[in-house]
Design a protein around this ligand. Structure first.
Ligand SMILES: [Zn+2]
Length: 77
């Protein structure tokens, strides 16, 4: 969950939706989802947004029946 300053429009805080802890927002450290469900889904026209800290992300993907595809990038920007 992102807290945006209503006056400046700048990002103030990121809170992990799963554990409620504040996430130090650094691009590439916390997981952010933004899904707009389309026609033929059960959530037609509904948008879901959430953020997860790295620990909660690891717990979530540990539940997957098929592991995530993982590769190593050698050049991080
Ligand atoms: Zn968390």
């Amino acid at each position: 969950m992102r807290k945006i300053n209503a006056i400046t429009g700048k990002l103030e805080r990121v809170i992990c939706n799963m554990c409620g802890n504040e996430v130090k927002y650094i691009d590439g450290v916390c997981f952010s989802a933004d899904m707009l469900f389309g026609y033929f889904s059960r959530k037609d026209g509904i948008r879901h947004r959430f953020d997860l800290c790295e620990d909660c992300y690891d717990r979530m993907i540990a539940e997957f029946r098929i592991p995530v595809e993982e590769s190593e990038e050698t050049e991080l920007v």
